[in-house]
Design a protein around this ligand. Structure first.
Ligand code: UTP
Length: 304
């Protein structure tokens, strides 16, 4: 394919994880514990997300935090006291797991003083990111480890220099829960479409497609100027979608990759429970026993 006039051949090497939201859909659990730290089996959600970035070669990760959420940063710090105890006990497997969290990536933080919306949260990353493309990974969802999404998104962004989104196909009756894209075919490859518009939570009869935006974006640095110009939109929040729509209108190429793997949405109880069960079932150590118990439970026989 031809290279777009917007492209300068650079691949994004930094990621921003907006994690300063209030998590109202998961209250009261999230009153004092950030939803990003809720455990899925034995790792917090946020660790899956940082691992996803690291696996795609992104080792510079900026966490956007807010009031009461600083414990998220501690998770990626060293814990010499815990490490010493595990060493004494000879529990080398857990020792390696604990050490790994501090070695995954270089974690930086910035604050979003008030949760004024996703666009606003991304805007707080401007000085850390500078004049380069970057990835945004929402702090409450992640994708299957063995079906990565970011590498293909990063490559499309490098070639186009524009915005790259990721979509999942949803049932027609589900469109009102998501941002939905209108698209046309592209010459960039299988499962890659050109985005011509985005509609927030359309009723099924108004939805331009069944392609729902999931929480991964690769953005050019011009997004920061667009965010500054963006006025509060739906819900009184500064929406990333509105800033992206400005760039689209100004001629920035916008593409989307249709993701065929599973995306875990841990932002509310049902999706969270599904993630815990699926990932527990997949584990070599826990899976067989857990599945046997679950089958028994579903059949009405489990007693604890
Ligand atoms: P959500 O849309 O899930 O919002 O944000 P929320 O506030 O976390 O949760 P609810 O809707 O009240 O239950 C998606 C991601 O964007 C971050 C959140 O922390 C989450 O990881 N976010 C959202 C911010 O960092 N700042 C904001 O102002 C809004």
């Amino acid at each position: 394919m031809t290279t777009s006039a917007h492209a300068d051949g650079r691949r994004a090497v930094k990621a921003v994880i907006p994690a300063a939201g209030l998590a109202t859909r998961f209250l009261p659990a999230t009153k004092a514990v950030p939803k990003e730290l809720l455990p899925v089996v034995d790792r917090p959600v946020l660790q899956y997300i940082v691992e996803e970035a690291a696996a795609a070669g992104i080792k510079d990760v900026l966490l956007v935090t807010g009031r009461g959420k600083t414990s998220m940063v501690d998770h990626f710090d060293r814990r010499p006291d815990v490490e010493a105890r595990l060493e004494e006990k000879g529990d080398y497997e857990r020792l390696a797991a604990v050490r790994r969290t501090s070695e995954l990536a270089d974690i930086y933080t910035c604050r979003q003083g008030e949760p004024l919306g996703l666009g606003h949260a991304v805007g707080t990353a401007a000085s850390h990111i500078g004049d380069a493309p970057f990835a945004v990974l929402l702090g409450d969802e992640f994708v299957e480890e063995d079906k990565p999404l970011l590498p293909a998104m990063l490559e499309v962004q490098r070639r186009t220099g524009g915005i790259v989104l990721a979509f999942m196909e949803v049932k027609p009756e589900e469109t009102a829960r998501y941002g939905i894209a209108s698209v046309q075919p592209s010459d960039l490859g299988e499962d890659i479409v050109e985005v011509t518009g985005l509609v927030e939570k359309p009723a099924p009869e108004e939805a331009p497609s069944n392609l729902a935006v999931l929480g991964r974006y690769i953005l050019p640095p011009s997004i920061f100027e667009a965010i500054e110009k963006t006025r509060p939109g739906s819900g009184g929040e500064i929406q990333l979608t509105d800033a992206m729509a400005q760039l689209l209108a100004d001629g920035t190429p916008v593409h989307g990759i249709i993701y065929r793997g599973h995306r875990y949405d841990t932002g509310m109880p049902l999706g969270y429970l599904q993630a815990v069960v699926e990932l527990a079932a997949k584990r070599d150590d826990l899976g067989p026993e857990f599945m046997a118990w679950l089958a028994d439970f579903v059949a009405g026989g489990a007693r604890g």
